[in-house]
Design a protein around this ligand. Structure first.
Ligand code: FA5
Length: 356
């Protein structure tokens, strides 16, 4: 309650209130109804100043009352200005401020490796192809010189699928007369005979796909990726295989990295090899990572005549080479990538994946 106030004092209090209140309205972020209640309502300072009019000498009341009305009108006009302003133009929004960028992801390292590997082979005429990831036993094993019950099949630790044979009268028939059962492809070699069946020679395919095996430990995952190269033409020799390997290694691993082939055994290649790449950490001199200067990459070989025959190609006229390697392993062997557990690639932990 304002006591003992003179007319002059009340006028200056009113003018001061008007200025402060207008500024407050301009900068406030509160809803306008709330501000209105605060600055013009019955509990506002303006109401208190208005009530003080009754304490003034009678002859001054109408003069000071005029000022009260002017202050009220001025505040109301400031309030109505705020109501009609578009929200964005209020002082609280600065369009020149830099925005907040949402986090942007990137391709998974396996996808990056697939793109890089594809580009390298495309430069020497290989074409990226795709074949079924759920395929018949025939393409995954039998046509690759691995008859039913052959012990070599055990190495592929395969998932077999119960699926109905197309055009079969019995719903229970899950075994095709020629193709046998369906499998989740344990390797990309199922693409070899499928590619030959297209009857387009020469073949220069690079088949990249998901593969599945009943395995899980630091160097194995139940789902992984392989890339399979197949070259079939007249007079293809081991020298061509070696040349393609060296081309790939220098472009994927860097200049100076070379390949080595060692005798091995696969049912579908003869002769068969294991391919090693010279170690990037010690440049082939021998170190903790490689021991003897070489890192083991995967299998390759000259296509077995029985496989060419299964694909309808005459092995007397044509020959070819094939190789099939794990994308994960090939990528992990790149210099500077010290991954010691392949399972991390599929853990979906963004903190891990963001590093690549
Ligand atoms: C094969 O799968 C043959 N098909 C390769 C081949 C093709 C040989 C053409 C000759 C001619 P192998 O079982 O060794 O071979 O597998 C090849 C590569 O796949 C391995 O070196 C490894 O890098 C990768 N690999 C195999 N199993 C797994 C797994 N469970 N997890 C991750 N990578 C795997």
């Amino acid at each position: 309650m304002i006591e003992n106030v003179s007319s002059a004092n009340l006028i200056s209090l009113l003018i001061e209130y008007e200025q402060i209140t207008r500024e407050e309205i301009r900068t406030s972020t509160e809803p306008s109804e709330m501000i209105k209640l605060k600055v013009l309502g019955s509990k506002s300072k303006l109401s208190e100043l208005t009530r003080a009019l009754s304490k003034l000498p009678k002859e001054d009341r109408s003069r000071v009352g005029l000022v009260v009305n002017q202050v009220k009108t001025s505040i109301e006009s400031e309030l109505s200005k705020k109501n009609t302003e578009p929200v964005q133009s209020r002082n609280t929004f600065d369009p020149t401020m830099p925005g907040i960028r949402p986090p942007v992801g990137h391709l998974h390292i396996v996808s990056q490796a697939i793109m890089e590997i594809t580009r390298i082979f495309e430069r020497i005429g290989f074409i990226r192809v795709r074949h079924p990831e759920v395929d018949w036993d025939w393409y995954a094993f039998e046509s690759l010189n691995m008859p039913l019950h052959h012990p070599a099949r055990d190495e592929w630790e395969t998932f077999f699928i119960k699926s109905q044979v197309p055009n079969s009268k019995s719903q229970k028939n899950t075994k095709h007369a020629k193709f046998d059962k369906m499998v989740l492809t344990p390797h990309t070699s199922n693409g070899q005979v499928r590619e030959m069946e297209k009857r387009k020679l020469p073949i220069r395919m690079i088949n990249i796909a998901k593969c599945y095996r009943r395995q899980i430990d630091v160097s194995h995952t139940p789902m992984f990726h392989q890339f399979e190269g197949l070259y079939v033409d007249k007079n293809v020799s081991i020298a061509h295989l070696k040349g393609v390997m060296d081309f790939f290694f220098t472009h994927f691993y860097g200049p100076g990295r070379i390949s080595r082939i060692r005798p091995f055994h696969f049912q579908f290649t003869e002769p068969s090899f294991e391919i090693d790449v010279s170690c990037g950490a010690c440049a082939g001199g021998g170190c903790r990572l490689c021991k003897d200067g070489w890192l083991e990459l995967g299998g390759a070989g000259m296509v077995h005549p029985n496989v060419l025959k299964a694909g309808g190609i005459d092995p007397e006229i044509y020959s070819g080479f094939a190789f099939g390697w794990g994308i994960e392993r090939t990528y992990m062997m790149k210099s500077g990538t010290s991954l010691d557990d392949v399972r991390l690639l599929y853990s979906n932990d963004v903190r891990f994946l963001e590093q690549f």
